[in-house]
Design a protein around this ligand. Structure first.
Ligand SMILES: Cc1ncc(COP(=O)(O)O)c(C=O)c1O
Length: 400
């Protein structure tokens, strides 16, 4: 009798299942708009020109294969902090940071730090949301209270519901805030709304927990996309930022992320750093070096840093162009019944199309268009070769 037969099956992972199904689908015309990966015109995950150049430089040196420190590669961590929380907080020594295994690792370590080290266990989450928050917070010992994030009728943030929740949650509750390119709704707060949220959170002593998984993909600039975090820091809030370089550097498999904790008093920075070191040591000891070295090379060189900025501009322009083309095709060529402006107004990789679960399933099963059942479309999966076929299939499932 096995000692493990009492284990219960855990909920399936929709994206993992979709990846497997996609790999096994032999249809040459299959279309993948599922996972949040920026794809180039050829449909493959895209290597940013800046990463190509950094890889070249990397191979000119011999870095060896030693461990990095528990808190990560220092030249990476420092520069990652500047991107996420700005130079001022870094120069005032208000930031404790730890390199992590992607943005997921940063969210996990951030939740662990709040829930287990600091005793802040009440997490508030606007839904729909990235599904991984739920198990991640549970495993960190926290509890999740949900509220409505999305106004389905008006296809925008349900700001009234958010403000109500902010005004009623107990002090020291944690609010998970996606910085930009919200997953899955692609609906973000305006900068005025962010200011309002920051004021309420400061006044009510709530803890902002930013998930910065797509910084740079909304406006094409990491600085502009990072402005909401600045609003909180300017007000003197203590802020958690979970940073990912999976999307904005295209380093998905390298698992490059960083957790930043901005404190209001620099005398507490060493204490927070020490906790992060302690937590991370027990789980991973240290992080992978390769992606961190690439990022350090990019931030060290003015030329490469400028190239990164240009690459992000190019990505955001291309995403907008794809959105415009989809809009044109479904409204002018296919005359698909419904209102579709949101394909143009939403930002980043995703279009929260509004397809029902049945329609999304039909797209997958009958047209080999791979997307999750909530109807979220990764517009970067569309290109000159497949965009018309996608819109034709989309039109067909909406009509029938
Ligand atoms: C909202 C959100 N947060 C965090 C992550 C995790 O990013 P990473 O792949 O770097 O772990 C993702 C990934 O898709 C995401 O969409």
């Amino acid at each position: 009798m096995s000692k493990f037969s009492h284990l219960e099956l855990q909920p399936a992972d929709e994206f993992n299942d979709l990846r497997i199904k996609l790999a096994n689908d032999s249809d040459p015309n299959k279309i993948d708009v599922s996972a949040g990966v920026y794809r180039g015109e050829d449909g493959d995950s895209f290597t940013l020109p800046v990463v190509r150049k950094a890889k070249h430089l990397y191979h000119e040196e011999n870095y060896g294969h030693d461990y990095t420190f528990c808190l990560g590669l220092p030249e990476f961590v420092q520069n990652a902090a500047k991107v996420a929380v700005g130079e001022t907080a870094v120069s005032k020594k208000l930031v404790a940071s730890c390199q992590t295994i992607g943005g997921t690792g940063a969210c996990h370590l951030g939740a662990l730090f709040l829930s287990q080290s600091s005793g802040y266990k009440n997490f508030y989450l606007g839904i729909p949301a990235w599904p991984n928050y739920f198990p991640l917070i549970k495993q960190a010992g926290g509890t999740v209270t949900t509220y409505s994030y999305y106004d389905t009728d008006n296809k925008c943030v349900d700001f009234d519901a958010m403000v109500t929740q902010l005004n009623t949650a107990p002090a020291k509750s944690v609010f998970i805030l996606q910085l930009c390119c919200h997953n899955p709704t692609a609906a973000d707060l305006t900068i005025e709304q962010w200011s309002q949220v920051a004021e309420i959170m400061k006044k009510r002593d709530l803890i902002p927990f930013f998930d910065a998984a797509y910084q740079g993909f909304a406006s094409g600039s990491t600085e502009t996309d990072g402005l909401p975090i600045q609003k909180f820091i300017e007000l003197g809030c203590e802020v958690i930022v979970c940073q990912s370089f999976s999307k904005n550097l295209g380093l998905y498999g390298e698992r490059l992320g960083c957790l930043h904790v901005v404190v209001s008093d620099a005398s507490n920075t060493p204490l927070v750093s020490d906790q992060l070191r302690y937590l991370f040591r027990a789980e991973c000891s240290s992080s992978p070096a390769y992606g961190a070295r690439l990022m350090a090379l990019i931030t060290k060189s003015d030329e490469l840093f400028a190239q990164w900025k240009k690459d992000l501009q190019d990505v955001s322009v291309r995403l907008r162009t794809i959105r415009d083309t989809v809009y044109k095709l479904i409204t002018e060529k296919y005359k698909t019944p419904g209102t579709w402006e949101h394909v143009k107004t939403q930002r980043g990789l995703f279009w929260y199309s509004g397809l029902t679960e049945a329609q999304s399933k039909k797209l997958l099963e009958e047209y080999h268009v791979f997307l999750p059942k909530n109807g979220r479309v990764n517009v970067a999966g569309l290109n000159d070769n497949n965009i018309d076929a996608f819109c034709a299939a989309f039109d067909a499932v909406v009509r029938n």
